[in-house]
Design a protein around this ligand. Sequence first.
Ligand SMILES: Cc1cc2nc3c(=O)[nH]c(=O)nc-3n(C[C@H](O)[C@H](O)[C@H](O)COP(=O)(O)OP(=O)(O)OC[C@H]3O[C@@H](n4cnc5c(N)ncnc54)[C@H](O)[C@@H]3O)c2cc1C
Length: 819
Amino acid sequence: MDTLYFFILVLTVLILAYKRVRLLPAMTIMIVLTVVWTELRHLFYVPSWFRYGNGIVAVTLIGFAIGPLRRLLISDRLFVLFRKILPRISQTEQEALDAGTVWWEGEIFSGRPRWKNLLAYPGPKLSDEERAFIDGPVEELCRMADDWDIASNHRKLPDELWTYIREHRMLGMIIPKEYGGLEFSAQAHSEVVMKLASRNLTAAISVMVPNSLGPGELLLHYGTEEQKQHYLPRLASGEEVPCFALTSPTAGSDAAGMNDTGIVCKQTFEGRETLGLRLNWNKRYITLAPVATLLGLAFKVRDPDHLLGDEVELGITCALIPTGTPGVEIGNRHMPIGAFFMNGPTRGRDVFIPLDWIIGGRERIGQGWRMLMQSLAAGRAISLPATGVAGGKMAALMSGAYARIRKQFDIPIGSFEGVQEPLARIAGRTYRMDAARRLTLVALDQGERPSVLSAILKYQLTEGNRQCIADAMDIHGGKGVITGPGNYLARAWSALPIAITVEGANILTRSLIIFGQGAIRAHPWLLKEMSAARDARPGARKAFDKALFGHIGHVLSNLTRAFMLGVSGGWATRPPVKGPTARYYRQVTRMSAAFAIVSDAVLLSLGGSFKFRENLSGRLADALIHLYLASAVLKRFEDDGRPEEDLPFLAWAMDDSLHTIQESLRGVLGNFPVPGLGRLIKWLVFPLGAPYAGPADRTVRQAAKLLQSECEARDRLVSGVYISDLEDASGKVHSAFHLVLTATRAENAIRNALKEPVTYENYRELVQKAVESGVITEEQATTVRLAQEATRAVVDVDEFTREQIEGHGAVELREAANA
Ligand SMILES: Cc1cc2nc3c(=O)[nH]c(=O)nc-3n(C[C@H](O)[C@H](O)[C@H](O)COP(=O)(O)OP(=O)(O)OC[C@H]3O[C@@H](n4cnc5c(N)ncnc54)[C@H](O)[C@@H]3O)c2cc1C
């Protein structure tokens, strides 16, 4: 009988923990259970050790449930210890941590994502005005932007494109209408950048930079009204071309370590003695700097003569400097790989600026880093992710078509399983990247500034682009390698490292920021514990007690949940939808609980030093990233109206994400700082071994097939990119693809009747014979002829004379570099 009681007790604890019942009701239930059993013991024999055990359990439970007693015995002691071991956080780190808000990543860290909340968020939507802008001026700009011409003849964005961009106020997408801007939603902003990037990176970057982190964004949030009135209309109309200079030769990833200074001083300015700053800077890699008229600059302010107050080191500050100001050196260019947008250094020597050139005026001195971090929290989720998705969509569009058009061994190369693998990877990744882009934009348009999610998007979507373009290059073989006007991949390939490097280089973003910041920001209790432990006010101990016991409950619950979900293969949870995606909700819930418990175990074992263990932090980042991506994929499917045709893309994305999460967590546990504990948690989290094997071959075949057919799933996958109807490199592929699909039936008929495959070499003769013998109609014959010619035009690559390659332009560049 005591075995039964023990079983009931354990089961009750598990259910309470699984359901995350609060401490007081949970204790009440346990005590009632104990009392009821004690009454029952009159009827049955209960051994004395068990009765004593019960008593101890009951007393402990009561102790836990009564706050003051709990504090006295436990949390007040831990409070003192916690204060001692709390890692030191620098001011810049703290400002980065304080930046932005927490959104769906908070649900992932909770270990129990509330799917109903996710599904209740609205789907992506553009206003009529935004849609018309994208279908009108943006489409036209794409048409005007000839990639090869820009790269080989101009080596800059041609003047007529700049004029067009200005005329249509494309530099003012984030500026409110009252200042003459377009005031677009984040969704529209992203769509514009995505479409432009799918055509030409030089145009996309030139439009994107003034609309992302820089003078416009900083003025909007922190500028004085006078600064806004002066600059915003000029920025919106393109009268001012802005750039923002943060990076210097000694301060790249560690941008806050800059040596650029602003010394508070007095000087005669416009005929009057003026309190201001004497600036010295040396910045590099600054986009648009060579053509900028307005320089946003970050530097450290010092006040050695105490003209502003007692403090000397006043911190990082941002100012706006017209580039015509005496002492400003600007105009030289760097040559970024693969794109010809303006980028270059700027230096300044003893440049005097009045205090009211500081963004936000004098009271914003020292707040520059906070302002930049707050702006990055949103901005990082828009521009670069949009360029990443554009790359994925173009890779999908062109590779699917090319794999169908290009034949080897007499069949389309896309029929080979070896080629289907990269095709499916491109399709699945692009589907997932776009899902994440769309979901995060919904958060931004709701006013969120999710700093961890924006880091995830920046990293994952630029990295995903790299993988998609690399796969596309492999699929295209020599066609991808030979450059010239007919190559639509080469520039995307060579420009890949740009997005990987800027706005937080990817290695750093993955290894240090995503989990490092996420664990503190998005964890339901950690920041609360840390804040309470740092707090010197009287209520701090009570707040710490609440956070500590909340955290303990969180750990116990996730431990239980991870185990029960592991044993049941995810069946212990109820998905919010029915149908083919229901099982994925179960698995993501399961992995979310696993991620939460593994994160807590790492944090507990390493304390503040976890941020130096970048191998572990990077793997946990991968798990967090894929939990977010998987959530976004499920949400996208619902937003799109559950189109069954898309399921192969969804399945590839989900199976790959689940596999990545599993391998990341197993990687953490296999390298766990406390080996025995790692093994124990691995057993709890994966009690029946590793359940996820990645995308199945059947999914790969189906996804690859969709990319090679004209269907709605493919159209949805690549929606929003520029599809050329011109006789240019990509336009030729689109028309050849359509013709090849249309001609297939006729070609098959010819092959069957004349027992010979149709090739470019024999098509004239075979088509003639087939028409004469009534195998195909004259109309079909025309389609076959057109398809063969169009295919040849795609398969051909560019040729140049030796003089063209070795001649003038190349010599000029070499001489300039040597000079
Ligand atoms: C084309 C281009 C345009 C740019 N535009 C601008 C602009 O408009 N304005 C501006 O201010 N800046 C701009 N930048 C600068 C850009 O933001 C920096 O290049 C970037 O911050 C990285 O600095 P870095 O190149 O000096 O690399 P480094 O800081 O030298 O880093 C080198 C490598 O080390 C890694 N790393 C560094 N620290 C860590 C760590 N703790 N953990 C793990 N890995 C680490 C990085 O991830 C990177 O892979 C631009 C750069 C380029 C190339």
